[in-house]
Design a protein around this ligand. Sequence first.
Ligand code: NAG
Length: 317
Amino acid sequence: MAHIRTWYLKVLLCVGTFLLFILVWCHVTQLLGEPKGGLGLDLSPLFSGDLVQPSCPEGLVLLILVTSHPAHTEQRKIIRKTWGAQSEMAAYPWQAVFLIGRTLDLELDWHLHKEHVANSDLLMGNYLDTYRNLTLKVMHGLKWAVDRCHPRYILKTDDDCFVNTDRLPTFLARTNRIRQGLYVGSTFSREKRVVIRDPSSKWYVSKQNYDPDTYPPYASGIGYILSLDVAHTVLATAQTTPSIPMEDAYVGILADRAGVKLLSSTRFAKHNLKWSICNYRYLMVIHRVSPAEQELAQGNVQLANTDCTMNKEVKHW
Ligand SMILES: *[C@@H]1O[C@H](CO)[C@@H](O)[C@H](O)[C@H]1NC(C)=O
């Protein structure tokens, strides 16, 4: 009897040890596997019920996400009057929305709410509005666009840029042939894609956040266009990719990881040169446009429509 009992206990001990081993092993592999997913971006905290958001009609060809500082009231005002102004009868519907984070300035916050009541075009996210949080701002905007808005294309731009809304929606809907997998903008040479490791720089990125010494090709944050499927892919990839504060380079990293090809186009101008009137038939985004220059640029678009009809229409990106 005693003999059977010890035998029984031995088997039990063996099985127990084995099960314990399996348990520990599972736990360890789970822990090891975690950093990949755990360090990606969690977007859910960026949404909060108390923050305002615009409505978005179904069937938009283009949604324009404009990153804007809470205090840039003047920039937003002039954009609404110029390239942001909708004509009621637009054949290819589009909409511009300003991306704004939280401000600790209570008076400014009060003004922002008033501004939203008057224009209903502010999309506020639950993050502090700082330069180092720009990536959160853009990811929040993309997530909102993908979940609530479903436009065919998304243009991300800044409030110091001019957007040729007279041409872009029509170009996207009628001329552009890339309906899926579109990621297009103004690119950088390899030398300009070197990762900045100086901690005092505005663009500093640690090796921990991003190990390689150069970024993959990416489109400048002045303006890039993503088709809706690419926006989806970018957001999904962000969940497993540590974020860096450089919003445009981060989108490039995500696109690269997901196998989305970047298209380079000179229709996105990093500099506001003295463009001729007829250039306004070609350019889609121009950077470094002051509020006063926005009116000039919008006027040039109108002039180009009447003065440059002899110029051949450029059909490629
Ligand atoms: C970014 O926003 C979060 C959430 O509001 C805040 O806790 C954090 O301090 C901000 N980061 C920077 C670098 O400003």
